[in-house]
Design a protein around this ligand. Structure first.
Ligand code: ADP
Ligand code: MG
Length: 321
């Protein structure tokens, strides 16, 4: 099977009207996007490399899902609505069942979010997947990392730490019961990007980031960009972890604070807007938890529920560290 037959068979979807905002999709030299009047394009890209970001044994359907999910999570953190994406693939060989599974997982999530595949590139090489997503957001209303202010609450969506728990089990450094592992593994392999929540937080959150490299590391980006610090109640954060009781308290803290691959949103909002944040989360079908407060002193201070300082360093993932 040649390159063009492969694209045609697995990635070009016939007989579908293009979504609004997409003027031209796959097949020409460029795709053409047409955001609605008054909207800005939000653009983000991610590269997934076998052995680095996923294991060779991962179910291709789940891999297709995750490759797009991590990009949609960036749109969510910006408060953008997904429009379209491109897909660049390096494949060691054409394996039809692998490609079918990958495409099925990819398109299932794409359709859930009305995000259309509009182009890409396909080449032979060690397995790697790069997706670029395009979303739209009313001009000037994107959520940024730089808007957190003293006195704001720090919030996280959903649950944290399960992806790391699954990774530890895969590595053989943790043992849990089979149903706990299965649930955690789904969080690792099929994360649900918080796209609806991100949009609901426009005009409400003062800053936002998606949690991909670990809560404290990603929150640190917000603090530096905003020129502020924060005090975080680590027990409130740890309590979000589903099946957190399956691991000892110190491991739970590590999973929640530094685990990564959660694809939840961490965001800040003024204290006066708590009811609106709760309502936004309700309308988006996501839980949110208050885990701390922004202060003026730079850096992160960790406290337990009684307000006592919690020692320890919880680094985040860095490919070149
Ligand atoms: P070019 O040589 O101009 O880069 P290609 O011949 O590589 O174009 O691709 C032909 C068409 O197929 C283009 O519209 C391109 O965007 C699309 N395409 C290539 N690979 C993929 C892919 N993996 N998924 C979706 N579209 C793809
Ligand atoms: Mg090309």
């Amino acid at each position: 099977m040649g390159e063009f037959e492969l694209i045609d068979r697995f990635f070009r979807r016939r007989g579908r009207a293009p979504r609004d905002g997409v003027a031209l999709g796959i097949g020409d030299d460029c795709a053409l996007l047409q955001p609605a009047a008054g909207m800005q394009l939000a653009v983000s890209t991610d590269l997934l490399v076998e052995g680095r970001h996923f294991l060779s044994t991962v179910d291709p359907r789940r891999l297709g899902h995750k490759a797009l999910a991590v990009n949609l999570s960036d749109l969510a953190a910006s408060g953008a609505r997904p429009l379209a994406f491109t897909l660049s693939l390096a494949l060691p060989a054409v394996q039809e069942t692998w490609l079918e599974g990958f495409a099925a997982g990819l398109f299932a999530l794409a359709d859930e979010h009305g995000c259309e595949l509009v182009g890409g590139d396909t080449t032979r090489g060690p397995l790697a997947i790069s997706i670029t997503v395009f979303g739209e957001v009313p001009a000037g209303q994107a959520l940024l990392r730089s808007g957190a202010r003293e006195g704001d609450d720090v919030w996280v969506s959903g649950t944290l730490g399960e992806a790391r728990l699954a990774l530890e089990v895969f590595r053989g450094t943790l043992v849990v019961e089979a149903p706990v592992f299965e649930a955690a593994r789904r969080r690792l392999e099929e994360p649900a990007p918080r796209v609806a929540l991100g949009q609901a937080l426009r005009g409400l959150a003062t800053a936002a980031v998606d949690v991909s490299d670990g809560l404290l590391g990603d929150l640190g980006h917000v603090l530096r960009a905003s020129g502020v610090g924060a005090t975080v109640d680590v027990e409130a954060a740890a309590a979000t972890m589903a099946h957190g009781g399956a691991v000892e308290p110190q491991r739970r803290l590590e999973c929640v604070l530094a685990g990564g691959d959660d694809y939840e949103l961490a965001f800040t909002a003024p204290r006066s807007r708590r009811p609106e944040v709760e309502a936004a989360a309700g309308s988006a079908g996501t839980t949110v938890t208050r885990i701390g407060v922004i202060d003026t002193e730079p850096g992160l201070r960790l406290r337990d529920a009684q307000g006592r300082a919690v020692p320890g360093r919880y680094g985040s993932f860095d490919h070149f560290a």
